[in-house]
Design a protein around this ligand. Structure first.
Ligand SMILES: O[C@H]1[C@H](O)[C@@H](O)[C@H](O)[C@@H](O)[C@H]1O
Ligand SMILES: [Fe+2]
Ligand SMILES: [Fe+2]
Length: 300
């Protein structure tokens, strides 16, 4: 199954979002979002080895994810979710659906996922009050996690959350808990285990098969709904979990010029996606009218 959003237009009619040199300063209005030094468990963010109450279960998550995410699996999921019958659901209904899920891959947050959507969007709103397309992107970027829900197939966590990476070429060393790829069927396959594998230099990320999860799914949904969101928003949705690229700089040889342009926005977005994770809850009812008005704006 797949989602189709009510009145399928997700965009705000914004023109393509380019960051030209010089613009950056103008864009960044310091509205006061502060990057915290530690997460709510007292550790630095994304420390997958710190002894914390979540360390073991997060490692086990990546163990299973790395074994299962292969070329065959990704192709199967793309075919299945790219063409199945739909559940019709509004954006806000999807957000509420995420209230019952926690993300087992995340060492920094164990709050219900609706909190994370609003925390991200509200943090962006502080520093970029005029970029409402980016607020909406914050709100919807993780909606693909509805795949965990029985209406969307009740997929296991390893097929929905966690960092993503390309399949069909060598798994880069920068991927968290890389050692577990030894159990992946593609690991010893000579067609898939070289630097380029099945790809060519500069082929563009659009031509790369990414491990299956909430990013690619939500991208398919947004694309299918003929969204008018700018390509930067679609790029953010599709690659926000691709930390090996946007944090470690791996796989850049697969990017084309458009990818490089969009990556600048993803770097901005990532700050809010990651560092807004906290135990301080957003008052959902208080901010709901603003987000409903944004959603309303994208209709018709
Ligand atoms: O654990 C998290 C979580 O699943 C996020 O939604 C995803 O975007 C991140 O890449 C990942 O590290
Ligand atoms: Fe995510
Ligand atoms: Fe997120």
């Amino acid at each position: 199954m797949t989602i189709i959003f009510e009145n399928a237009r997700l965009g705000l009619g914004v023109e393509e979002k380019k960051i030209n040199s010089g613009d950056q300063e103008e864009l960044v209005l310091d509205g006061g979002f502060l990057v915290p030094e530690t997460n709510s468990f007292g550790h630095t963010f994304r420390d997958y080895n710190a002894e914390s109450e979540r360390q073991e279960s997060v490692e086990e998550f990546y163990h299973i994810q790395h074994i299962h995410q292969s070329v065959d699996f990704v192709k199967k999921m793309r075919a299945e979710y790219g063409s199945l019958n739909r559940v019709e659901m509004s954006i806000w209904e999807c957000c509420e659906l995420l209230n019952e899920f926690r993300d087992e891959s995340d060492p920094d947050l164990d709050e219900p996922q609706i909190e994370h959507l609003l925390q991200t969007a509200e943090a962006i709103r502080k520093d970029y009050p005029n970029e409402d397309w980016l607020h909406l992107t914050g709100l919807i970027h993780d909606l693909g996690k509805v795949l965990l829900h029985h209406s969307f197939g009740a997929l296991p966590q390893w097929a929905v959350v966690g960092d993503t990476f390309p399949v069909g070429c060598a798994f880069d060393e920068s991927i968290i808990h890389h050692k577990y790829f030894k159990g992946n069927p593609d690991y010893n396959n000579p067609a898939y285990n070289t630097k380029l594998g099945i790809y060519s230099k500069g082929c563009g990320l659009d031509n790369v098969l990414m491990s299956w999860g909430h990013d690619d799914y939500m991208y398919l949904v947004a694309k299918e709904s003929k969204t008018t969101l700018p390509s930067a928003a679609l790029f953010i949705i599709r690659y926000h979990s691709f930390y090996p690229l946007h944090k470690s700089g791996a796989y850049t040889h697969l990017m084309n010029e458009d990818d490089k342009e969009n990556l600048k926005w993803l770097h901005i977005f990532n700050k809010y996606d990651l560092y807004s994770k906290s135990k301080i809850r957003i008052d959902v009812e208080k901010v709901k009218p603003y987000y409903l008005s944004l959603i309303e704006k994208v209709k018709n």
